[in-house]
Design a protein around this ligand. Structure first.
Ligand SMILES: *Cc1c(COP(=O)(O)O)cnc(C)c1O
Length: 379
């Protein structure tokens, strides 16, 4: 029997046509009509005024944090339960990640944990913003992430950050097509960061984007991503920059994929519903689901087992049966290079790490493949 993949891309639209157009015209590199179009159309879908396409989601996080004012000696609030890139981004800028626990339902950053910690362990800075009592460092930004596409309580986090003078940057790498109370996940902060890696809902091969309503942020990200080029004719660069611009070839794929986004989202929701129906009444396993007010893109479905032992058994049985299931990321505070600064207990993140298992979820899955996964889960 063939394997059931975790998440494979679907190329069922204009991908070949747009790629051929790049080759025929010679516009393959980091300028071209597809880059402009991909930025414009993605910004529109996100309900944001501006977008800057870059080479990866990681690069988007790096530059968005820079544009948000994060610098050497600062601290940045990040979830402990996230992919490594969220917590690496502050380090690129000489800042330190400080980990926040998740809530059990959405696995996203818990607003009440954060609010209590602000009160207890930080003090207001004279010029606005907050400083931690333990390290004395400024908290420059907060980077919530919408785990597996499930929207977190981003409006509460945004209000909390606004009240405390802390820049909100969203890691929306997994949540293109997700909404919270009618607004796109990734459109709540000063900037949102998207990823178009091969395993994401929509792919450009490799790619990322910063979306924002702020001209200052968009212009800054564009400048830094093009080697801080001030004058093309004289090769004058006015500060340290990066070569992070997305090539036209990748943007051509992106434009073709974006045309299919609604179809991908509909199929992914149908897959999630099929898992939900198939797991109803199965004891000891619960499928993570969007909260009231949230609409998930269902990037990766996930089940929570009652114990770490059951989760481990589930993982090995699924994979032995050719069903690609995956554990959740090792939490940030347990990664050796990231440090262990925290806002208190991280036990819910650790518990999710040990008990949650991701299930095959790509838009190209057939009903039969979902049913096979369900069979192994029910056994
Ligand atoms: C995929 C992902 C990224 C990084 O994206 P790349 O394009 O692979 O650099 C960042 N954060 C999260 C949460 C992700 O899932």
């Amino acid at each position: 029997m063939s394997r059931v993949p975790l998440h494979e891309p679907v190329f069922a639209g204009n991908e070949w046509r747009y790629l051929k157009e790049c080759l025929d015209t010679g516009w393959v590199s980091s300028a071209g009509a597809f880059v402009d179009r991909f930025e414009r159309e993605t910004a529109e879908r996100m309900g944001c005024r501006r977008a800057v396409a870059v080479t990866t989601g990681t690069a988007a996080l790096h530059l968005a944090l820079e544009a948000a004012g994060v610098g050497a000696g600062d601290e940045v609030l990040v979830p402990s339960l996230t992919f490594i890139a969220t917590a690496n981004a502050p380090l690129y800028l000489g800042a330190k990640p400080r980990f926040v626990d998740c809530e059990d339902a959405s696995l996203g950053m818990d607003p009440s944990t954060l609010a209590e910690w602000f009160e207890r362990e930080t003090e207001l800075l004279p010029g606005g913003g907050r400083r931690t009592k333990d390290t004395g460092r400024r908290i420059a930004a907060c980077v919530p992430m919408h785990v597996f596409g499930l929207p977190c309580r981003i409006d509460e986090l945004a209000a909390l950050c606004a009240r405390n003078g802390i820049a909100l940057v969203e890691d929306a790498a997994e949540s293109l097509g997700s909404f919270w109370k009618g607004r796109a996940a990734g459109s709540f902060g000063i900037a949102g960061c998207l990823s178009f890696n091969g395993n994401k809902t929509l792919t450009t091969g490799g790619g990322g984007m910063v979306v924002t309503d702020s001209d200052a942020v968009a212009d800054r990200v564009r400048h830094l991503s093009t080697q801080s080029k001030k004058n093309a004719a004289t090769y004058l660069h006015d500060e340290l920059g990066w070569n992070y611009r997305m090539p036209n070839l990748n943007a051509a794929l992106g434009c073709a994929q974006l045309e299919q986004l609604d179809a991908f989202l509909a199929r992914k929701r149908a897959i999630a519903e099929r898992y939900r129906a198939g797991l109803a009444g199965v004891r000891g396993l619960s499928l993570l689901w969007e909260a009231e007010g949230g609409r998930s893109n269902f990037w990766l479905n996930a089940v929570r087992a009652e114990t770490p032992e059951r989760a481990a058994a589930l993982l090995s049985r699924l994979n032995a049966a050719g069903v690609e299931a995956r554990p959740v990321w090792t939490p940030g505070h347990l990664q050796p290079h990231l440090g262990t600064l925290a806002t208190g207990s991280l036990s819910r993140a650790e518990n999710a790490w040990k008990t949650v298992v991701n299930l095959p979820s790509g838009a190209g899955l057939t009903d039969a493949q979902v049913d096979r996964t369900l069979e192994v889960l029910r056994a």
